[in-house]
Design a protein around this ligand. Structure first.
Ligand SMILES: [Zn+2]
Ligand SMILES: [Zn+2]
Length: 305
Protein backbone atom coordinates (compact mmCIF):
# COMPACT_ATOMS: atom_id res chain seq x y z
CA UNK A 1 0.00 0.00 0.00
CA UNK A 2 1.30 3.41 -0.98
CA UNK A 3 -0.29 6.72 0.06
CA UNK A 4 -1.59 8.62 -2.96
CA UNK A 5 0.96 11.41 -2.42
CA UNK A 6 3.63 8.90 -3.49
CA UNK A 7 1.70 6.83 -6.02
CA UNK A 8 0.03 9.58 -8.04
CA UNK A 9 1.51 11.17 -11.15
CA UNK A 10 3.17 14.56 -10.92
CA UNK A 11 5.90 16.10 -8.81
CA UNK A 12 6.23 17.74 -5.42
CA UNK A 13 5.82 21.51 -5.18
CA UNK A 14 7.21 23.38 -2.16
CA UNK A 15 4.95 25.89 -0.49
CA UNK A 16 4.33 27.97 2.60
CA UNK A 17 0.69 28.03 3.65
CA UNK A 18 0.83 30.68 6.36
CA UNK A 19 2.49 34.09 6.14
CA UNK A 20 1.76 37.77 6.69
CA UNK A 21 2.45 41.06 4.92
CA UNK A 22 2.03 44.72 5.82
CA UNK A 23 -1.65 44.35 4.92
CA UNK A 24 -1.89 43.09 8.52
CA UNK A 25 0.91 42.73 11.10
CA UNK A 26 3.83 41.74 8.85
CA UNK A 27 6.38 44.32 7.72
CA UNK A 28 6.91 43.55 4.01
CA UNK A 29 4.61 44.37 1.12
CA UNK A 30 2.74 41.44 -0.49
CA UNK A 31 4.97 41.65 -3.59
CA UNK A 32 8.15 41.57 -1.47
CA UNK A 33 6.88 38.56 0.52
CA UNK A 34 6.17 36.70 -2.73
CA UNK A 35 9.54 37.69 -4.20
CA UNK A 36 11.45 36.46 -1.13
CA UNK A 37 9.73 33.07 -1.19
CA UNK A 38 10.19 32.72 -4.93
CA UNK A 39 13.90 33.61 -4.62
CA UNK A 40 14.26 31.05 -1.82
CA UNK A 41 13.12 28.30 -4.19
CA UNK A 42 9.48 27.98 -3.19
CA UNK A 43 6.98 27.04 -5.88
CA UNK A 44 4.03 28.73 -4.18
CA UNK A 45 2.79 30.51 -1.07
CA UNK A 46 -0.47 31.57 0.42
CA UNK A 47 -0.45 35.05 1.89
CA UNK A 48 -2.73 34.74 4.91
CA UNK A 49 -3.14 38.15 6.48
CA UNK A 50 -5.34 38.51 9.55
CA UNK A 51 -8.98 38.94 8.54
CA UNK A 52 -9.89 41.43 11.26
CA UNK A 53 -11.35 44.95 11.26
CA UNK A 54 -8.17 46.52 12.66
CA UNK A 55 -6.59 45.87 9.23
CA UNK A 56 -9.76 46.49 7.23
CA UNK A 57 -10.39 42.76 6.65
CA UNK A 58 -7.66 42.09 4.04
CA UNK A 59 -7.94 39.20 1.59
CA UNK A 60 -4.94 40.14 -0.51
CA UNK A 61 -5.12 39.56 -4.24
CA UNK A 62 -1.71 38.02 -5.01
CA UNK A 63 -2.55 36.90 -8.55
CA UNK A 64 -0.30 39.56 -10.10
CA UNK A 65 2.75 37.97 -8.40
CA UNK A 66 2.24 34.66 -10.18
CA UNK A 67 4.56 33.66 -13.00
CA UNK A 68 5.67 30.53 -14.84
CA UNK A 69 7.61 29.18 -11.86
CA UNK A 70 5.72 30.56 -8.92
CA UNK A 71 2.09 30.68 -7.94
CA UNK A 72 -0.06 31.89 -5.09
CA UNK A 73 -3.16 30.65 -3.35
CA UNK A 74 -5.54 33.30 -2.09
CA UNK A 75 -5.90 32.96 1.66
CA UNK A 76 -6.39 34.55 5.07
CA UNK A 77 -5.94 33.78 8.72
CA UNK A 78 -9.53 33.99 9.91
CA UNK A 79 -10.69 34.74 13.41
CA UNK A 80 -13.97 34.46 15.25
CA UNK A 81 -15.31 32.88 18.42
CA UNK A 82 -13.75 32.08 21.73
CA UNK A 83 -11.60 29.11 22.65
CA UNK A 84 -12.13 27.59 26.12
CA UNK A 85 -9.37 29.82 27.48
CA UNK A 86 -11.35 32.90 26.42
CA UNK A 87 -8.99 33.89 23.60
CA UNK A 88 -9.89 34.40 19.93
CA UNK A 89 -9.65 31.47 17.49
CA UNK A 90 -6.99 31.44 14.72
CA UNK A 91 -7.74 29.34 11.62
CA UNK A 92 -5.82 29.37 8.34
CA UNK A 93 -7.98 29.26 5.21
CA UNK A 94 -6.16 28.70 1.91
CA UNK A 95 -8.06 28.94 -1.37
CA UNK A 96 -10.62 31.53 -0.28
CA UNK A 97 -12.53 33.63 -2.82
CA UNK A 98 -11.53 37.32 -2.78
CA UNK A 99 -15.13 38.27 -1.94
CA UNK A 100 -15.35 36.01 1.13
CA UNK A 101 -17.61 37.70 3.67
CA UNK A 102 -15.51 38.39 6.78
CA UNK A 103 -16.87 37.64 10.24
CA UNK A 104 -17.48 40.67 12.47
CA UNK A 105 -14.14 40.57 14.26
CA UNK A 106 -12.90 44.10 14.94
CA UNK A 107 -9.64 43.07 16.62
CA UNK A 108 -7.86 40.15 18.29
CA UNK A 109 -10.36 39.63 21.09
CA UNK A 110 -13.28 37.24 21.39
CA UNK A 111 -16.54 39.12 21.89
CA UNK A 112 -19.93 37.85 23.06
CA UNK A 113 -22.33 37.03 20.22
CA UNK A 114 -19.73 36.79 17.48
CA UNK A 115 -19.86 34.00 14.85
CA UNK A 116 -18.60 30.73 16.32
CA UNK A 117 -15.35 29.26 15.05
CA UNK A 118 -17.33 26.21 13.89
CA UNK A 119 -19.67 28.36 11.75
CA UNK A 120 -16.74 30.32 10.33
CA UNK A 121 -14.86 27.09 9.57
CA UNK A 122 -17.92 25.72 7.77
CA UNK A 123 -18.24 28.88 5.66
CA UNK A 124 -14.57 28.66 4.66
CA UNK A 125 -14.85 24.98 3.72
CA UNK A 126 -18.07 25.61 1.79
CA UNK A 127 -16.16 28.01 -0.49
CA UNK A 128 -13.66 25.22 -1.28
CA UNK A 129 -10.85 26.34 1.04
CA UNK A 130 -8.26 24.13 2.72
CA UNK A 131 -8.64 24.82 6.43
CA UNK A 132 -6.15 24.22 9.22
CA UNK A 133 -6.14 24.90 12.93
CA UNK A 134 -3.30 27.40 13.40
CA UNK A 135 -0.54 27.06 16.05
CA UNK A 136 -2.53 25.12 18.70
CA UNK A 137 0.19 25.27 21.34
CA UNK A 138 0.71 29.01 20.94
CA UNK A 139 -3.06 29.49 21.21
CA UNK A 140 -3.39 27.32 24.32
CA UNK A 141 -5.95 25.33 22.35
CA UNK A 142 -7.15 22.05 23.88
CA UNK A 143 -8.78 18.91 22.51
CA UNK A 144 -12.32 20.08 23.35
CA UNK A 145 -11.73 23.23 21.28
CA UNK A 146 -10.67 21.19 18.25
CA UNK A 147 -13.58 18.76 18.69
CA UNK A 148 -15.98 21.72 18.55
CA UNK A 149 -15.05 22.22 14.86
CA UNK A 150 -17.03 19.72 12.79
CA UNK A 151 -14.80 19.90 9.75
CA UNK A 152 -11.24 20.98 9.08
CA UNK A 153 -8.45 19.47 6.99
CA UNK A 154 -5.34 19.77 9.11
CA UNK A 155 -3.67 20.73 12.35
CA UNK A 156 -0.71 23.07 11.92
CA UNK A 157 1.75 20.81 13.72
CA UNK A 158 4.87 22.91 13.19
CA UNK A 159 4.53 26.70 13.18
CA UNK A 160 7.97 28.25 12.92
CA UNK A 161 7.01 31.69 14.24
CA UNK A 162 5.52 30.04 17.32
CA UNK A 163 8.49 27.67 17.62
CA UNK A 164 10.72 30.76 17.94
CA UNK A 165 8.76 31.32 21.18
CA UNK A 166 8.98 27.60 22.14
CA UNK A 167 5.29 27.09 21.37
CA UNK A 168 5.36 25.65 17.87
CA UNK A 169 3.93 22.19 18.52
CA UNK A 170 0.67 20.72 17.29
CA UNK A 171 1.43 17.00 17.39
CA UNK A 172 -0.08 16.35 20.81
CA UNK A 173 -3.37 17.74 19.56
CA UNK A 174 -3.15 15.92 16.22
CA UNK A 175 -2.42 12.52 17.78
CA UNK A 176 -5.22 12.81 20.35
CA UNK A 177 -7.62 13.80 17.55
CA UNK A 178 -6.53 10.76 15.53
CA UNK A 179 -7.10 8.60 18.62
CA UNK A 180 -10.69 9.92 18.61
CA UNK A 181 -10.99 8.80 14.98
CA UNK A 182 -10.90 12.36 13.59
CA UNK A 183 -9.26 11.84 10.20
CA UNK A 184 -7.28 15.02 9.75
CA UNK A 185 -3.86 15.78 8.31
CA UNK A 186 -1.03 18.03 9.43
CA UNK A 187 0.91 21.00 8.09
CA UNK A 188 4.19 22.76 8.76
CA UNK A 189 4.33 26.50 8.05
CA UNK A 190 6.42 29.59 8.73
CA UNK A 191 3.74 32.04 9.92
CA UNK A 192 6.39 34.56 8.88
CA UNK A 193 6.04 38.27 9.65
CA UNK A 194 9.66 39.08 8.64
CA UNK A 195 10.25 41.17 11.75
CA UNK A 196 12.69 38.51 12.93
CA UNK A 197 14.15 35.38 11.31
CA UNK A 198 10.80 33.62 11.30
CA UNK A 199 10.89 32.38 7.69
CA UNK A 200 11.94 29.44 5.44
CA UNK A 201 11.89 26.82 8.21
CA UNK A 202 8.60 24.90 7.79
CA UNK A 203 6.74 24.05 4.59
CA UNK A 204 4.59 21.56 2.72
CA UNK A 205 5.55 19.48 -0.32
CA UNK A 206 2.40 19.06 -2.40
CA UNK A 207 2.16 16.42 -5.12
CA UNK A 208 0.38 17.70 -8.19
CA UNK A 209 0.44 17.45 -11.96
CA UNK A 210 1.15 21.15 -12.32
CA UNK A 211 1.94 24.20 -10.23
CA UNK A 212 -1.50 25.74 -10.51
CA UNK A 213 -3.72 26.97 -7.67
CA UNK A 214 -6.49 24.47 -8.53
CA UNK A 215 -4.16 21.47 -8.72
CA UNK A 216 -2.37 22.42 -5.48
CA UNK A 217 -5.60 23.06 -3.62
CA UNK A 218 -7.18 19.79 -4.62
CA UNK A 219 -4.05 17.87 -3.56
CA UNK A 220 -3.96 19.71 -0.25
CA UNK A 221 -7.58 18.83 0.46
CA UNK A 222 -6.96 15.20 -0.55
CA UNK A 223 -3.93 15.03 1.78
CA UNK A 224 -1.52 14.36 -1.09
CA UNK A 225 1.44 16.10 0.47
CA UNK A 226 3.94 15.90 3.32
CA UNK A 227 5.41 18.53 5.62
CA UNK A 228 9.07 19.33 6.19
CA UNK A 229 11.78 21.38 7.85
CA UNK A 230 14.43 20.08 5.42
CA UNK A 231 14.39 16.34 4.63
CA UNK A 232 12.70 15.12 1.47
CA UNK A 233 10.52 12.01 1.38
CA UNK A 234 10.70 10.48 -2.10
CA UNK A 235 8.70 7.32 -1.54
CA UNK A 236 6.77 5.69 1.26
CA UNK A 237 5.03 2.33 1.18
CA UNK A 238 3.60 -0.22 3.52
CA UNK A 239 3.96 -3.94 2.73
CA UNK A 240 3.54 -6.99 5.00
CA UNK A 241 4.02 -5.16 8.32
CA UNK A 242 7.00 -3.23 6.91
CA UNK A 243 7.15 0.49 6.23
CA UNK A 244 9.64 1.34 3.47
CA UNK A 245 10.89 4.89 3.11
CA UNK A 246 13.10 6.46 0.46
CA UNK A 247 14.25 9.94 1.45
CA UNK A 248 17.17 12.31 1.60
CA UNK A 249 19.81 10.99 4.08
CA UNK A 250 18.37 10.53 7.57
CA UNK A 251 19.57 9.55 11.01
CA UNK A 252 16.31 8.27 12.42
CA UNK A 253 13.03 6.85 11.13
CA UNK A 254 10.11 7.04 13.53
CA UNK A 255 6.60 5.63 13.45
CA UNK A 256 3.92 7.14 15.67
CA UNK A 257 0.60 5.39 16.27
CA UNK A 258 -2.35 5.30 18.61
CA UNK A 259 -1.96 6.30 22.27
CA UNK A 260 1.43 5.15 23.61
CA UNK A 261 2.57 3.32 20.49
CA UNK A 262 5.67 4.67 18.77
CA UNK A 263 8.92 3.11 17.61
CA UNK A 264 12.08 4.05 15.72
CA UNK A 265 15.24 2.83 14.07
CA UNK A 266 18.57 4.58 13.62
CA UNK A 267 19.60 4.98 9.98
CA UNK A 268 23.27 6.08 9.59
CA UNK A 269 22.42 8.69 6.96
CA UNK A 270 20.96 6.12 4.58
CA UNK A 271 18.46 7.08 1.90
CA UNK A 272 16.50 3.85 1.94
CA UNK A 273 15.23 2.51 5.24
CA UNK A 274 12.67 -0.02 6.37
CA UNK A 275 11.05 -0.56 9.72
CA UNK A 276 8.91 -3.45 10.87
CA UNK A 277 5.68 -2.59 12.63
CA UNK A 278 5.99 -3.88 16.19
CA UNK A 279 4.52 -1.55 18.79
CA UNK A 280 2.45 0.18 16.10
CA UNK A 281 1.22 -3.07 14.56
CA UNK A 282 -2.31 -2.87 15.97
CA UNK A 283 -2.70 0.88 15.67
CA UNK A 284 -5.48 2.01 13.29
CA UNK A 285 -3.23 4.79 12.04
CA UNK A 286 0.47 5.53 11.79
CA UNK A 287 2.45 8.54 10.75
CA UNK A 288 6.03 8.50 9.54
CA UNK A 289 8.70 10.94 10.70
CA UNK A 290 12.22 11.17 9.25
CA UNK A 291 14.96 13.11 11.03
CA UNK A 292 18.24 14.24 9.49
CA UNK A 293 21.64 14.79 11.12
CA UNK A 294 20.74 18.40 11.95
CA UNK A 295 17.59 17.35 13.78
CA UNK A 296 15.35 18.63 10.99
CA UNK A 297 12.22 16.61 10.40
CA UNK A 298 9.79 15.67 7.65
CA UNK A 299 6.39 14.29 8.51
CA UNK A 300 3.97 12.19 6.47
CA UNK A 301 0.28 12.69 6.88
CA UNK A 302 -1.41 10.01 8.99
CA UNK A 303 -1.92 6.71 7.17
CA UNK A 304 -5.02 4.73 8.13
CA UNK A 305 -4.17 1.03 8.03
ZN1 LIG B 1 -2.33 33.21 14.38
ZN1 LIG C 1 -0.39 33.93 11.42
Amino acid sequence: MQPEAFSMEGRFFKGNLHTHSNKSDGILSPSEVCKRYENAGYDFISLTDHLVGRYDYPIVDTKEFRNQNFTTLIGAEVHSGSMLNGELWHLVAVGLPLNFKPPKTPDFSALPGMETANDLAKRCIDTGAFLSIAHPQWSGLVLEDALSIDNFHAVECYNHGSAMQERGDGFTLLDTLLDRDRRCNLTAADDAHFKKRDFFRGWVMVKALENSPDALLSSLKAGNYYSSQGPEIHDLRYENDMVLVRSSPIERLVLCGKATTSQYIECQNNEFNEIKLVRCRNSPWIRVVVIDQFGRRAWSNPIWL
